[in-house]
Design a protein around this ligand. Structure first.
Ligand code: GUN
Length: 282
């Protein structure tokens, strides 16, 4: 049986530490503040945004909840971001993705000040990560690295296979792993003989968004398997990209869904917001 990489437990420990940190900062007159913008009423996004506000409140981070109608124009959203960029009380700005069709997400990402880009999606921040001089690091990949580190798993000299090449997970995670001396393969929908490649992985990361995409026969015995997926199966249950039951018999370590990568992502978002607040005073 695989050892569970317990993101939920670890995120509770981390958020308790962050709570202590915000108390100390408060005594120095620093109150971290995060602005979260949600455009439209996508049900999954509403849940994610609500969880972010709840966690911020628990930790002692002020959060600004900006809700815009689903027919909001790109110009209106750009204007809102400009106001937040220029507001010295705001340390972090997050625009929840996906955005409605009339809004170009890349243009929005590029408009957020890199110094307030808590998601780390701005090309400036992705570039800095790529040259191993990071400023803001995307939260999900950062949470995965944190989880591995806390379980005493070094990526140095490991063969890492990441399935999925998104700007949010696959690409930045590849850079983080490479920066820590892993040998990294990024596989995707055009990859030939995928199963042959995934079976070479000492650390296998699934970030594709498809139920049961990784099965036991795709996993090397004893491998560390990180399941980034958040999907609903036919029964409406929340599941990842990995068929967890059989893979759990083959893998050495496995992140559950829910309770694995997800809680780490939100904890890293809070950590980044606090860091921005501290850096803004330096
Ligand atoms: N939608 C899904 N994941 C994310 C994320 O990490 N950040 C933002 N802003 N939107 C998302």
């Amino acid at each position: 049986m695989a050892v569970k990489l317990d993101g939920k437990k670890l995120s509770i420990k981390l958020t308790n530490d962050l709570q202590v940190e915000t108390k100390t900062l408060k005594n120095q007159g620093i109150i971290p503040k995060l602005a979260v913008i949600l455009v439209g009423d996508d049900p999954a996004s509403r849940v994610y945004v609500r969880n972010k506000h709840r966690m911020a409140e628990k930790i002692g981070i002020e959060s600004l909840d900006l809700r815009l109608a689903k027919d909001t124009s790109e110009a209106e959203l750009l204007e809102k971001i400009a106001l937040l960029n220029n507001d010295p009380t705001i340390n972090g700005i997050l625009v929840q993705l996906p955005l409605p069709d009339q809004i170009n997400a890349d243009r929005i990402t590029k408009t957020i000040s890199p110094k307030k880009d808590v998601d780390g999606f701005h090309p400036y921040n992705l570039g800095r990560l790529f040259v191993n001089d990071p400023y803001a690091i995307p939260c999900t990949p950062n949470g995965i690295m944190y989880l591995l580190r806390e379980y005493g798993i070094s990526v140095d000299r490991k063969n890492v296979v990441i399935v999925g090449r998104s700007k949010i997970v696959g690409r930045p995670l590849a850079a983080l792993m490479l920066n820590q001396n892993a040998t990294v393969t990024v596989a995707h929908s055009h990859t030939k003989n995928l199963s042959e490649i995934t079976r070479q992985a000492d650390i296998l990361v699934a970030a594709v968004g498809r139920v049961n995409f990784i099965q036991a026969q795709d996993v090397k015995p004893g491998a560390i398997v990180i399941d980034v997926g958040i999907n609903r199966n036919a029964a409406g249950k929340l599941v990842g990209d990995v068929e967890q039951t059989e893979v759990g018999q083959v893998a050495g370590y496995l992140t559950p869904v829910p309770g694995g990568v997800g809680p780490m992502t939100i904890a890293m978002l809070m950590k980044q917001t606090i860091e921005f607040a501290k850096w803004s005073k330096q």
